[in-house]
Ligand binder design. Structure first.
Ligand code: HMG
Ligand code: MG
Length: 304
């Protein structure tokens, strides 16, 4: 098997992780999490989302968080800070904070699109196109993420042709990168490969990432299957936090610690310091009063 020598980890715990918590996490705690991740070697992260606070109150402090990140030279120039922007309103709200990347997030499932962003797939593309155009004009990168690429909580199995359709439309609308997401973690390796291959018909593999929730314990296997197709970028979440409030039953993302352990064990570089990351993941788990969702972190901490 030929695997990539290096993998880029995008830690999404501040956004995907904390959006799914019942409690609203104070801005300072989010900021400390972000700083901890960067201290552990994370070079790209999802800081927050500029969505409606009525829909996702957990991200309602997006202004305060971005102000804190940008204040007093707190921002790390080598780090890519991404934020989610579902429409022009979200983009305009984030522009003053100069994010490095905006994420437009669609779905391969019609019903999930309605439930998550209150519009059809085609309507969502119409909303994303001006965001992509404005972002490019402002020198901001544009990533398109597609939810429910293998399964949907409302529609069941999703055909790769749906993934191909949404990838094509997003790329035509200006997305420079496509994230293939298994929102509810039902995917198994061949199905995930088929979703990735469908995207590859419209965008180079170097601009594709995997985003796998671990609900059914398949995420590491799905990452290995993706690596074998040369996918070398993955969204992961410290301590396995995560889920989507509009995807019932979806649990956490694959834990960053578990992915880094597997990759390092395969001789693949990530630039992440696993000991430091374990402390960061445990700290946020303690704050949330949650069991650490990373098996590797749990084993490391037991050994000490
Ligand atoms: P809508 O209600 O259809 O929007 O929501 P609207 O245009 O009719 O506006 C309604 C109200 O929302 C108005 O305010 C707007 O100003 C306001 P009002 O006049 O009633 O006071 N509004 C906004 N406020 C702040 N920021 C905005 C914004 N836009 C409108 N950007 C909308 C449409 C997309 C806004 C809504 O459905 C929404 O916010 N959805 C977000 C859902 C979400 O964040 N889900 C989780 C992230 S996706 C995910 O987790 C999946 C992922 O991890 C990959 C995977 O795992 O699959 C990425
Ligand atoms: Mg997600």
């Amino acid at each position: 098997m030929n695997y990539p020598d290096k993998v880029e980890i995008i830690d999404v715990s501040p956004r995907d992780g904390l959006q799914n918590e019942k409690q609203i996490v104070p801005t300072e705690v989010k900021y400390e999490l972000i700083e901890g991740l960067i201290g552990a070697g994370i070079k790209k992260l999802e800081a927050t989302s500029f969505v409606s606070p009525k829909w996702v109150p957990q991200m309602g402090d997006n202004d305060e968080l971005m102000q804190l990140i940008n204040s007093n030279h707190n921002r790390h120039q080598e780090v890519c800070y991404s934020v989610l922007t579902p429409n022009m309103r979200g983009f305009e709200n984030t522009l003053r904070y100069s994010p490095d990347e905006v994420v437009i997030f669609g779905s391969a499932s019609e019903t999930f699109s309605q439930k998550n962003i209150n519009c059809s797939i085609d309507e969502s593309i119409e909303r994303f196109a001006p965001v992509a155009k404005a972002a490019k004009a402002a020198g901001i990168k544009v990533r398109g993420v597609i939810s429910c690429t293998v399964g949907c909580p409302y529609e069941g199995e999703i055909a790769p042709s749906q993934v191909a359709y949404v990838t094509k439309r997003l790329v035509e609308s200006g997305a420079e990168h496509i994230g293939i997401a298994d929102t509810i973690g039902v995917g198994t390796p061949i199905k995930v490969q088929n979703a990735l291959k469908a995207a590859m018909d419209y965008i180079d593999v170097s601009d594709i990432s995997g985003h796998f929730h671990d609900t059914y314990g398949q995420a590491l296997a799905n990452i290995l299957a993706s690596l074998s197709l040369n996918v070398a970028q993955f969204d992961t979440s410290a301590a396995g936090l995560g889920g989507c409030p509009y995807a019932k039953g979806a649990t956490g993302n694959v834990a960053t610690e578990d992915v880094v352990y597997m990759l390092h064990g395969m001789g693949i570089e990530t630039g992440v310091d696993l000991d430091k990351l374990t402390i960061v993941g445990q700290r946020i788990s303690d704050f949330l009063g949650r069991k650490n969702g990373s098996k590797v972190a749990t084993a490391f901490l037991k050994r000490q």
